[in-house]
Design a protein around this ligand. Structure first.
Ligand code: FMN
Length: 206
C-alpha cells in the first residue's frame, strides 16, 4: 500500500477563485498523486488550472469545516503558482500537474513539487486530531456506509476526543456530530468528559 497523507488541497478555477478540500495525497516518488473523485470541484479545477497547493495543517477545524459547509478559511497568494494557499498552515507545497492517469471514477493527477515551505513548528501528535480526521472521513462517506458502522466508529473515536481534545478539536468534532445527527435525524452526540466518558444521551440511541 502506498503512503497517504491527509491534507488540505487548494485549487483554483480559471477566474482564480480558490477552492479548498481535504484530500488524501498518495506518495509517488518525490511527488504526489492527487486523486479527486468524479464529480468534484477539485477535479474540475485541476482540469482547467493544472496546479495545486498541499496545505499541511494541524487545525482539524479546516477538515471538519470543509465537510460541513465552512469553506471560508483565510488564504494568501502562493510564491510560484496561481493558486492560493491556506494562510494558517504549518507548511505548504506548491504542485504542478505533470500528467493525468484517466479513470472514469477517480482520475489521478501526478504532480511534481515545485516548492516546499515551512511556516510554523509541528508541535507533536494529538489523538483527538487523529480522531477528528477519521470522523471527517466517515462524514464524507455517510451516504455509502451503514449507520451501525458509523455509530460504532464514532463511539470509539469519541474516547480520544473526550480525553485529549483542545478547543479547536472540540469545535471540529461538534460540527461533524451535528452533520451526522442531521443525516440520521438524531440527537447531537457530545464529546464526552475529560476521561472520555460520553455525556448525556448518545446520538445512536435517538
Ligand atoms: C481526510 C479526508 C481525505 C479525503 N480524501 C479524498 C480524496 O483523496 N479524494 C476525494 O475525491 N475526496 C476525498 N475526500 C472527500 C472530499 O474532501 C470531499 O468529498 C470534497 O467535498 C471533495 O469535493 P470538492 O472538490 O467538490 O469539494 C477526503 C475527505 C477527508 C475528510
Amino acid at each position: 500500500m502506498p503512503l497517504i497523507r491527509e491534507t488540505i488541497v487548494t485549487t483554483a478555477d480559471p477566474a482564480g477563485v480558490v477552492h479548498m478540500a481535504p484530500l488524501g495525497l498518495i506518495a509517488d516518488g518525490k511527488g504526489w498523486i492527487v486523486a479527486p473523485f468524479h464529480p468534484s470541484k477539485t477535479l474540475d479545477n485541476l482540469r482547467h488550472v493544472p496546479f495545486a497547493v498541499v496545505n499541511y495543517t494541524d487545525d482539524v477545524r479546516v477538515f471538519a469545516g470543509c465537510l460541513t459547509g465552512r469553506h471560508q478559511w483565510p488564504t494568501v497568494a502562493s510564491d510560484e503558482i496561481p493558486v492560493q494557499r491556506l494562510a494558517g498552515a504549518l507548511a505548504h507545497a506548491e504542485l504542478a500537474v505533470d500528467y493525468v492517469t484517466e479513470d472514469e471514477k477517480r482520475p489521478r493527477f501526478h504532480c511534481r513539487v515545485l516548492r516546499l515551505v515551512t511556516h510554523a513548528p509541528f508541535l507533536g501528535f494529538n489523538r483527538a486530531q487523529a480522531a477528528v480526521i477519521e470522523a471527517a472521513i466517515l462524514v464524507s462517506r455517510l451516504e455509502m456506509l451503514p449507520r451501525d458502522k458509523i455509530e460504532k466508529e464514532i463511539a470509539y473515536l469519541q474516547i480520544a476526543v473526550g480525553k485529549t481534545a483542545g478547543a479547536p478539536e472540540q469545535e471540529a468534532w461538534q460540527w461533524l456530530m451535528e452533520s451526522i445527527a442531521a443525516r440520521y435525524g438524531g440527537l447531537t452526540p457530545t464529546s464526552g468528559d475529560h476521561k472520555g466518558r460520553p455525556q448525556g444521551r448518545p446520538y445512536s440511541g435517538a
